[in-house]
Design a protein around this ligand. Structure first.
Ligand SMILES: [Zn+2]
Length: 280
């Protein structure tokens, strides 16, 4: 592309227009990613998450993917941010900063999120960091680096995959591990635990163990190991039993995808029924 014939004015003007278009496309991409996420469509492409899809299929770098996934998450609660990306008052880096901040500080109310986002509009990355820092309840985030053997790392990754639903980050995972180990190792707690374990209200531990062993600890759809869940083949809500035969292992993504397709397949039927009825 040769631009040396352009006047300075045209060059600056064209650049401005291109960047406007780029931001506009950026906003549209977020809407598309949000819909893909809602449908869990990435599962069809053997991706374990929207992030995985952004990296492997869309070829974004991990940083680019993280920023877009953050933007998509925020867009769910706050549809107005798409317009702010398009007019440039917020950028994806800021949304990423804000998304992690909301998660760390356990802020879930859309009103509170909107209030904080308002404060970082038209600010630089560094200013955004400072503003968010001022809103932290306690400024005690410390990085801990662990040097471990490859084998230990694999064990940690396995535990992380198993507990991905309840412990989405390292901090909650390590807290959970400590709590669980304390239950086993703290002699004062052993008695209480043996009483509690008989109250199996949901799926009996024995059944759970048999399903895990039969399905060899992998998702029965995609063979993944991340965030596995026990799924009732005939749903519990329609009388499906918690038996080995009616249970299978699915990863969270496949399970969510399955729920979406279940609704897509059942709702049109209902509509068809309702449409027919008035005619008799
Ligand atoms: Zn799966």
């Amino acid at each position: 592309m040769k631009l040396n014939h352009l006047t300075d004015e045209t060059l600056l003007d064209d650049t401005l227009k291109l960047v406007e278009r780029e931001r506009n496309i950026g906003g549209q991409i977020l809407w598309h990613l949000k819909e893909i996420d809602r449908r869990k469509l990435f599962v069809e492409l053997k991706c374990s998450s929207l992030f995985d899809y952004c990296v492997r299929i869309l070829k974004y770098s991990e940083g680019q993917a993280s920023r877009r996934v953050s933007g998509t998450r925020l867009l769910k609660d706050l549809p107005g941010i798409a317009g702010k990306i398009e007019n440039g008052s917020l950028n994806l880096t800021q949304l990423n900063q804000a998304n992690f901040f909301f998660r760390d500080e356990k802020i879930s109310s859309p009103e509170k999120k909107a209030e904080i986002l308002k404060k970082i509009e038209n600010r630089s990355t560094r200013e955004t960091e400072r503003i968010l820092h001022e809103h932290r309840k306690e400024a005690v985030s410390r990085n801990v680096f662990l040097v471990v053997k490859e084998e230990t790392k694999k064990k940690l990754e396995k535990v992380r995959d198993l507990k991905a639903h309840t412990c989405p980050d390292n901090d909650s995972l390590i807290t959970k591990m400590c709590d669980e180990v304390t239950k086993i190792w703290d002699p004062t707690l052993i008695k209480r635990m043996s009483h509690g374990s008989t109250e199996g209200r949901f799926i009996p531990k024995m059944i759970e163990a048999q399903v895990w062993s039969r399905d060899r600890g992998v998702c029965t759809k995609c063979q993944g190991t991340y965030a596995l869940e026990l799924d009732h083949i005939k749903p519990f809500a329609v009388g499906g039993k918690s038996t080995v035969e009616n249970l299978r292992l699915l990863c969270r993504a496949c399970n969510q995808r399955q729920r979406v397709t279940y609704f897509q397949n059942t709702i049109p039927d209902k509509n068809a029924f309702q449409l027919k009825r008035p005619d008799g």
